[in-house]
Every structure is written in C-alpha cells, then in structure tokens.
Design a binder for this molecule. Structure first.
Ligand code: UD1
Length: 384
C-alpha cells in the first residue's frame, strides 16, 4: 500500500503541472451564482491560475440548472458527476465516489467548494483525505441548529478546510471560537453579491418584455414574493400547513408570487395544500427573470439563505420564515426581519412593511462586488 502511494505523491510534488489549477465544485442551484464571479475573476487574472469546473449533478432539472449556466455565463463543466437525488447518505456517497475518481485522475492543486449543500461537504471531504488543499467560500456562517442539514455541512466543511473565505464578521468570530487558525480565515466579502451586482448591470441592458415576471408585474403592480423550500418548512404536513396559513393571511392585503421549488411542489401535492387565488404559484424561475421580479417587490418572504443576503444588498425588505439565521448581518445591518414560523407574526411583519414601517438597512462591509477578485488574489499568491 505504502509502496504504491509514495511514487504517486512524490511525482505530484516533484513535477507540478506548468499551470496550477483550482478545481471549482458546483452542484445545486445556489452554488451557481457563487461560482460565476469566481470564473470571471480567474479569467481576468490573465490566466495565471488555471481552473476546472466539476458539476456534481445534485441538481439536474433544466430550470434549476442549465438556465443558470447560460444566464450567469458559466462555462460547460469539465466533468459532470450525475449524482442526482436521494437520501442524504446516498447523495453524499455518490458525489464522493465520483469526485474521488476525478481527483485521482486529475490531481487538482486546490479544490474550492462554495456554500453549504451536500456537494460542498462531499467534495471537501474527498479532497482533504487525498491530501489536496481545500478552500471554502462562504465559511463560518452558523445557525447553531444542527437539525439543518446545511449546518452540519457548514461545520464539517469548515473544520477541514485550509482556506476559509468569509462573507460577514460573524463568520470570523465563529471560526475563531471553533479554534480555526487566524491565518486561514479571510474576510473577503460575498461572491453572491458580486454576481448580483453584475447581473443588475446585465438586467439594465436586457429586454425584459419576454420575462414571466414582466407580465406579472404589469398585472399586479404591487406584490410580495415568496420562496420556501427548507425541509423544516415544507417536509411535514403540519409545517407546510402553518406556512400556507401565513401566506393566506398576508395575501388578504397583497397578492403574492411564489415560484415553487420541486421539493415544495411535491409536498404541496402530497399533503393536498392549497393557498387560494391571491397566491400565484409559478415554476422555478431563471436568475434574471426572478431578479426582475423580487427587486421591485414590496417585500420578499423566504426561508432561503441567499435571498436574505441579496435583499439586504439591494435594500428590499425581507421577512425570513425561520426561527434562526446563519446570516445575522442581514438582520443587524440589513433589511431582514427574522419572523419565525408563527403565521400571525409573519402577517404582522408583512403588514408593518405595507404600512410603511420597513427597516432601512445598509450594505455590509466588503459587499462591494470585489470578493471574487480578493479570493483569486489570495489563491494566486499561495499557489504561484
Ligand atoms: C438543496 C440544498 C439546500 C439548498 C437547495 C436549493 C442540501 C442538503 N440542500 O436542497 O441547502 O438551499 O438545494 O435549491 O444540499 N429535485 C428535482 N430536480 C432537481 C433537483 C431536485 O426535482 O434538479 C427534487 C427531487 O425530488 C429531490 C428534491 O427536489 O429529491 C430535493 O433535492 P435535493 O438536492 O435533495 O435538496 P434541495 O431541497 O434541492
């Protein structure tokens, strides 16, 4: 065993490839907006650092996937692992098997994972055990709710990553409290905000007439936007019924547009839950179409992590239908209100906004569109 592995490792270090390469991992919808600015920054760095893109196949539907690659300007992946859906163990294991084979063949100089989905954890674990350095973008966020699969993914990924790229100050504090070395922690801002700013620029030059959102905006004029897909809100009949009650209460005063995630769609049918006419259900939307919708909404009502941040970045009121958030800066400095899941509390927060009492937030430190550049500069320094 030892005899077999030694020449391989020696060869790797003695003969580094002429161009060092970062291998970027993407698997699920929220990963794609974080990868896009990193690809742009790597390309802008005069190609000094090479990159490859691995898509784990955690998300595979065109609406959750291909449309994002096209719109966000992400190149076709170098490898598609086609892991697909399953239980957490099945999905994580399939990604790990595929990614291990890729790493053994391609010998990445560094593996970069983003966010907190199963692909993030699976690929970080594989790389670390093969002795490959791991960078985690969006490190340090903590909800302290270990019933959330994403929290488990965050904690484990951060425990084994060599480079911890942090979006907000709470992340730095959390990582230090967990004993991670100061030198590994880099507060760089948020690549998702880089992407948002870039896409707002693109949107300004786009004919939006063909968008589903444009027709809805013309028809409704004033509206709220809803996204809900967390297991804790949609996976049991009780939880989903509670959410539905909240939406019906809010929709008494303002129509709601709700692009439904496949997980939520399946459970609405399974539990036979209906919302009434004032809640308009659509399929998942492409990034630009959805941005065009929510940027002009009276408020966004969500359990998504990313939208809490994107609404803060653009100053749109946000009501988070969860008991906790791993992104406290959006509440402390931004437009986010943590409403919990009690329907009357959700209604109260929505009505406050409709009565002109919304929070005025500010954009957090380093959310300036340059996070990816900072990350690439650091990686370039260590890999050059
Ligand atoms: C995953 C992430 C979550 C993220 C969300 C964004 C984990 C643990 N969860 O949740 O953090 O916020 O993505 O969307 O990684 N399905 C389809 N088509 C697809 C993908 C999934 O129909 O392309 C359906 C399948 O029935 C699947 C279900 O959605 O079983 C759930 O998909 P999965 O990737 O397991 O989790 P998400 O709920 O999407």
């Amino acid at each position: 065993m030892l005899i077999e592995t030694l020449p391989f490792q020696a060869a790797r270090h003695a003969c580094p490839s002429p161009q060092r390469a970062v291998h970027l991992v993407a698997g699920a919808r929220p990963n794609f907006m974080k990868i896009a600015p990193l690809v742009r920054a790597l390309r802008a760095h005069n190609g000094a650092l090479g990159f490859k893109l691995i898509h784990t196949g955690q998300h595979y539907d065109r609406q959750l996937n291909d449309v994002f690659f096209e719109e966000l300007g992400i190149p076709a992946p170098d490898e598609l692992l086609a892991a697909g859906s399953g239980t957490h163990a099945q999905q994580t294991a399939k990604i790990m098997l595929g990614f291990e084979a890729w790493c053994e063949r391609e010998e990445p100089d560094l593996v970069l994972v983003v966010g907190d989905v199963n692909s993030t954890l699976a690929c970080a674990l594989v790389a670390k055990k093969l002795g490959i350095r791991v960078a985690h973008v969006e490190a340090g966020l903590r909800s302290r709710d270990m019933t959330m699969p994403e929290e488990v993914n965050r904690v484990v990924t951060d425990a084994i990553s060599d480079f911890l790229f942090v979006t907000e100050r709470s992340g730095v504090r959390n990582l230090l409290a967990e004993g991670r070395p100061r030198a590994a922690i880099h507060h760089v801002g948020h690549v998702m905000v880089d992407n948002l700013m870039y896409q707002c620029g693109q949107l300004a030059g786009t004919d939006t007439l063909r968008f589903v959102s444009s027709a809805l905006k013309r028809r409704l004029r004033r509206y709220g936007v809803v996204t809900l897909h967390r297991a804790s809100n949609v996976d049991t009949p009780e939880a989903l019924a509670r959410v539905a009650t909240a939406l019906r209460l809010v929709a008494r005063r303002i129509p709601l547009v709700f692009p439904v995630h496949p997980r939520t769609r399946a459970n609405l049918e399974r539990f036979n839950i209906v919302f009434g006419d004032a809640v308009l259900l659509t399929g998942p939307m492409a990034y630009m179409d959805f941005l065009n919708l929510w940027k002009d909404a009276a408020f966004v009502l969500t359990d998504s992590g990313g939208l809490q941040e994107e609404t803060t970045a653009l100053g749109v009121p946000c009501i988070t239908v969860r008991e906790n958030t791993e992104r406290p800066v959006t509440v402390e400095e931004g437009t986010n209100v943590l409403a919990g899941t009690d329907p009357e509390r959700v209604q109260l927060e929505a009505f406050k906004i409709l009565d002109g009492e919304s929070k005025h937030g500010r954009r957090p430190a380093l959310w300036d569109g340059k996070a990816a550049e900072r990350i690439v500069a650091i990686l370039h320094e260590v890999l050059a």
